[in-house]
Write a protein that binds this ligand. Structure first.
Ligand SMILES: [Zn+2]
Length: 152
């Protein structure tokens, strides 16, 4: 099942690239201001998470080839707006800057947990999903997806 319409632009203002080790990253091809639309979410829906899927509901996970290539940061430049099916800027993103998202703000439980090395003051260390955050970490998380609000 294909979720969401075709992307509104043929060529989005972002660039996906891979390093030699098979790791992907996405960079901005222009500046984005806070809350500005970066890209609509588009892809194939699944009922279970994968390493690259984005959670949109309790048993709704989407494989978006662009957003799924974005790396995590505990203080990310962008956030998933579940209700509007899009990715928006969390703060100013400069041209050429990597666009990151906070996996803990959309994922209940990651298919592939990992040790974060984002180096920000907010870094949670081991990233496993919202369910595994401390009460304090949950309280300070910004742009929380609605389906996580039912998680204790
Ligand atoms: Zn981190």
């Amino acid at each position: 099942m294909i979720y969401a319409p075709m992307r509104e632009k043929i060529k989005p203002d972002v660039c996906c690239s891979a390093d030699g080790n098979g790791s992907f990253s996405v960079t901005a091809e222009r500046e984005f201001v806070p809350d500005e639309l970066i890209i609509m979410i588009s892809g194939i829906m699944r009922r279970t998470p994968t390493r690259t899927s984005i959670q949109l509901g309790v048993a709704e996970h989407i494989e978006d080839p662009i957003i799924g290539s974005m790396n995590h940061s505990c203080n990310s430049g962008a956030y998933i707006h579940v209700m509007n099916h899009c990715l928006r800027a969390a703060h100013i993103i400069r041209r050429g800057e990597e666009i990151t998202i906070n996996y803990n703000a959309s994922e209940t439980s990651l298919a592939c947990p990992f040790r974060c090395r984002c180096g920000t003051a907010d870094c949670v260390g081991l990233v496993r999903g919202y369910r595994f955050l401390s009460p304090e970490q949950k309280r300070t998380l910004k742009h929380l997806a609605p389906h996580l609000c039912s998680e204790k």
